[in-house]
Design a protein around this ligand. Structure first.
Ligand code: TYD
Length: 213
């Protein structure tokens, strides 16, 4: 059986990433692909336990390095238990956030720099996405949208400066790896953004067909 595809979705808080992620999964399933949807931090029993710790508003004393290791630990389990076996089985794995989130949030946002890439290289053991959709939106607009959802976990309560670093960090990563990143203007309406994602995907994989079972 030939290998599947691994696609991640990235974007700052309030970029509409999770909505677009769901719509894209629906589109792929309607086309007949065997799709696995998952998220980070999380995606497996153990990784979800680590997620609860990471997002707990009471964990105010968590050191930045602890945070970076916990994200990487959660990811190592996720890759080993779910992502790699699914890709090897020929499925399309859609992951809501992956290593790029750690590079921008912990590396750029928390100032941990290059070490974040190093611990993640170790955690994922060579498994990087084939394609990454970056839902590009300014932190100001993202925050406005987020205000409406009322979400307020430990990581979302960061300063505007932090979110700006994250936004700029994503743009730097996308510029450094233009073959992997597909940058989508996320400031448009839901339907328009969904259409741009599908169009970009079809352009990148014009000959992709569901495997016959
Ligand atoms: P989540 O509720 O899943 O938010 P979102 O809808 O924005 O994806 O929370 C994930 C939070 O964790 C989000 O603020 C980004 C942050 N995060 C990191 O800081 N590093 C990481 O490696 C990952 C995967 C997420």
């Amino acid at each position: 059986m030939s290998k599947g595809l691994f696609i991640s979705f990235e974007g700052g808080d309030g970029s509409g990433k999770t909505t677009q992620f769901r719509l894209f999964a629906e589109y792929l399933r309607n086309r007949g692909f065997d799709v696995v949807t998952t998220r980070e931090p999380g995606g497996t029993r153990i990784s979800e336990k680590i997620r609860n710790l990471l997002l707990d508003p009471e964990c105010t004393e968590m050191a930045s390095t602890t945070e970076a290791f916990l994200f990487a630990a959660s990811r190592a389990q996720h890759v080993e238990e779910l992502i790699r076996p699914s890709v090897d089985a020929g499925k399309i794995v859609l992951c809501d956030r992956f290593v790029d989130s750690s590079i921008v949030y912990q590396g750029f946002g928390r100032g941990l720099g290059e070490s974040v890439k190093a611990i993640n290289d170790y955690a994922v053991a060579g498994l990087y996405p084939d394609a990454t959709f970056l839902l590009d939106i300014s932190p100001e607009e993202g925050r406005k949208r987020n205000g409406k959802t009322g979400k307020n976990d430990r990581l979302e309560k960061q300063s505007m400066e932090y979110h700006t670093m994250v936004f700029e960090g994503y743009r730097k990563l996308a510029a450094a790896e233009p073959d992997r990143f597909i940058v989508i203007d996320a400031s448009a309406g839901i339907d328009e953004v969904a259409e741009s994602i599908v169009k970009a995907f079809e352009q990148r994989y014009p000959d992709l067909k569901p495997q016959r079972k």
